[in-house]
Structure formats: structure tokens, C-alpha cells
Design a protein around this ligand. Structure first.
Ligand SMILES: [Zn+2]
Length: 74
């Protein structure tokens, strides 16, 4: 499980079960265990207003550099 945080304010945004190595390009809804993001017009933001990603059919397309993460990949 990894914790995804806002790169701007450091707030926790998502707890996510990441499978496999590599960048976090997408966060699939069925692997998100905690979600503190703000959704507006199909987009995902931190409470501070930082743009995190775009809502797609079954995942969030993550905006690189706007978030950081810690924890272990599953
Ligand atoms: Zn933030």
C-alpha cells in the first residue's frame, strides 16, 4: 500500500494499492482505499487547489510532479 500526498501542501490524498513497479500513472478506483481528494468537473484536486489528475472511466490519470508518494508497492 502506498500513500499519495500533495506535492504542494503535503496533505495525504490517497491510499492506494499499487501493483508492479514503475511510475504511478493511473490510480484505479477499485484499488483506492482512502480518498481525500476534491472532485470538480471531472478533475481531481487537493484541498489546497493543486491539480492532481483527471477522472477517467475507472481510474484517475495522475498528473506527474503534482504528487509525491511513500510506502511499499504490492
Ligand atoms: Zn495540497
Amino acid at each position: 500500500m502506498i500513500t499519495i500526498k500533495c506535492a504542494k501542501c503535503g496533505d495525504k490524498l490517497l491510499r492506494y494499492k499499487k501493483i508492479g513497479k514503475g511510475k504511478i500513472l493511473r490510480c484505479y478506483f477499485d484499488r483506492i482505499f482512502e480518498d481525500k481528494t476534491v472532485k470538480k468537473d471531472g478533475k481531481v484536486y487537493c484541498k489546497c487547489g493543486n491539480f492532481i489528475g483527471v477522472y477517467e472511466k475507472n481510474y484517475i490519470k495522475m498528473r506527474q510532479k503534482n504528487f509525491t508518494f511513500s510506502g511499499k508497492f504490492d
